[in-house]
Design a protein around this ligand. Sequence first.
Ligand SMILES: *Cc1c(COP(=O)(O)O)cnc(C)c1O
Length: 338
Amino acid sequence: MIDLRSDTVTKPSQAMLASMMTAKLGDDVFGEDPTVQILQNQLADQFGMEAGLFCPSGTMCNQIAMNVHTRPLDEIICDKLSHVYYYETAGYAFNSGCGVRLIDGDQGRITAKQVEESIQADFDWLPVSKLVVVENTCNKGGGAVYEIEELRKIAQICKSKGLKLHLDGARFFNALVASQTNIEEYWGLFDSISICLSKGLGAPIGSVLLGDHAFIKRAKKVRKAFGGGMRQVGILAAAGLYALEHNVSLLQTDHKHATLLAEELSRQKYIAKVITPQTNIVIFDLEKDIEPARFIEYMKINEVMVVQFGPQTIRMVTHLDISEEDVNAVVNLIKRFR
Ligand SMILES: *Cc1c(COP(=O)(O)O)cnc(C)c1O
């Protein structure tokens, strides 16, 4: 099977498994797992943040960040396509008692102007605007990448209006590679950052939340309350460290593969629209007379898995376990579909 449903489907390589097997372990609830500490500190240093916290999922990182930055009756500003709004079961309401103010952005990207216009006035009957969440890359926006200049402007607005800024950086390394920017250029922009190791980077499990000491101290308590305190979890942190060392440079290949798929798709009469991929996510619409289930079934019979992403919309995601031969095979299938 060629599995293009998501970049979460990668399996750990033999070399990654070997690094997991030899990891030094301890009880991380006691703060005694040396491998977890190395991972947390390494990412914090890289991102110019004071501290990090290893979490089981990117969703938990985002949920903890929203909880720490807000109080009940507050409002979170984000794009209408954002993961925190769309794919986290309204957890902002359930876990933190907050509402959301949705922005109609461009492929999931919001602007500083839109943020400024979304901040609530100070009336008793309005929620308090407290937090802005930006997602880079934007999953549902087709892996779209922010211009760093716009992020700077958003950070500026947040600072001047007293709002916190969280980066859902589940695929931030994809954004870095695609935009050819350096991490250092982003230092100081965000109050917290979530980085996923289990997406394009290919670790089986794990995300890291970054922030200042006070934020991470509180985040640790909230993680425990959410049931995310883990014991000899260095076995997973080791996979993350391996991924950061070996797999970041491979993201470029995923992006190239996504472009090849998109180019072939855009040549087909049965395709209405393809969002030009900037990274590893290809989102496209089938023409109205094409039943998505028929396309998905055609792919499946030919051992390719894709997901439906809207009424006429399909998503394909390239990743570590997709080779050039796989891409060529899918290109041929795309050509032959009738
Ligand atoms: C995948 C993803 C997450 C976190 O997902 P988990 O499956 O909970 O690790 C968060 N934000 C974005 C944009 C994502 O794509």
